[in-house]
Design a protein around this ligand. Sequence first.
Ligand SMILES: Cc1cc2nc3c(=O)[nH]c(=O)nc-3n(C[C@H](O)[C@H](O)[C@H](O)COP(=O)(O)OP(=O)(O)OC[C@H]3O[C@@H](n4cnc5c(N)ncnc54)[C@H](O)[C@@H]3O)c2cc1C
Length: 433
Amino acid sequence: MSNPRTIVIIGGGFAGTTLARELDGKLPPDWELVLISEESYTTFNPMLPEALGASVFPEQVVAPIRQMLSRGRFIMGRVTAVDPAAKVLTCTTLAGETRVAYGHLVLAFGNRARLDLIPGSAEHALPLKTVGDAMHIRNIVLRRVARIELETHPALRKRLGHFVVIGGGFSGVETAGELIDCLESIRRYYPRVGAGELKVTVLQDRPRLLLELSERLGRAAQRSLIRRGVEVRTGAKALAVSAEAVTLADGTMLDTATVICTIGTQPNALVERLGLAVERGRIAVDADLAVPLAPGVWAIGDCAAVPNAFDGTVAPPTAQFAVREARTLAANLLATLSGRPTRRFDYRVRGQMAAIGHRKGVADLFGVPLWGLPAWLLWRAYYLSQMPKMPTFGRKLRIFVEWTWGMFFPNDITHLRFTRSQELAEAPQKAPR
Ligand SMILES: Cc1cc2nc3c(=O)[nH]c(=O)nc-3n(C[C@H](O)[C@H](O)[C@H](O)COP(=O)(O)OP(=O)(O)OC[C@H]3O[C@@H](n4cnc5c(N)ncnc54)[C@H](O)[C@@H]3O)c2cc1C
């Protein structure tokens, strides 16, 4: 079954889709490109907090993979096994189990959210890793606020109105900022909910927020959140989560019905099944992104421990690195097919930025610190500049217009439930979900 003239990429995230687009149309005519991914779209994960906070629509943080490829083939499916000796993989698709043979295989399947990092979190905390997670959290937030209006018990109202975000890194800070803006902007539509009844707390077990950025920017983000009403608890380690509270290491109990956990990842189940060497849960790769002792297998993105020749460190699991690794691998695959030498992955970080709510951000660009509106505009401009990856001009234009519109108008408060007629007929007496 082996077909040495097919390059198969597993994973349609930042790494996989960038690589596919770099290779699409550039491969020798007798080579085929196949991209396999679980969903039919790629997700712009850094914008998930904005989708959660309803400042952008969910369709604006995803892009359909099929429209990104011109000559390459896309298979929607989950890869369940790889046989490196026979160079064949197995994936589960809509049509059942399918086997795909490859000449070169690229592992770009990212990592998964770790749900059980804190006792009780698997049952009671909400992860934020997929667009489905973002929409689920958004609906829960809207449900909590709608329920407060109907409850009379003050303690219950207080618990329902308290949203706790665990994690003071990029996603935690962005989530807290988006949530407070969302609650502030929707409250006017819930006249029976008082201003003091909605609260967001962010928990960070380290001395300050955003350790990835300079102390000055971390503190600027903290001040901005506090000014807007977020309670920032630094040095606060969450020990346990229940349906009604978060318990901190110092014994404090925070009453809350909603805990969003933005920390903790774990390797994709495929990593263990592949039996390859790993470094702290990520697949070990050589300097040119080839997997050692596995001819024809390469790995990039969050699932790979990529050595960065620029500073000798292992590349962090960020979109910025996933995209650069994909570009280096595209060059290395083309070089390999034409018998030329490959090159090392070597990348210098240009900057870092985070949006911390509507029209507020922090950024470090070539060592120049920025915060407030300029940093937020830069962040938005960066994602707009990423739009070439968004397929079709019509879609790009629509997103641009809607983003601009969203800067001046309140967040969308539609609690979209996919209730089907059958459910209404079958259980008319049941409370709405
Ligand atoms: C909430 C959030 C905010 C973030 N913010 C930032 C930020 O501001 N800046 C930044 O640089 N990074 C940010 N990141 C990190 C960034 O999103 C990741 O580093 C990046 O997505 C990694 O790209 P990837 O292609 O390796 O993995 P992913 O983007 O996770 O893609 C992996 C793909 O593989 C698919 N897949 C998995 N298993 C299989 C299988 N068995 N078969 C087929 N397909 C499979 C998945 O469905 C997915 O489509 C954020 C992440 C999150 C969750």
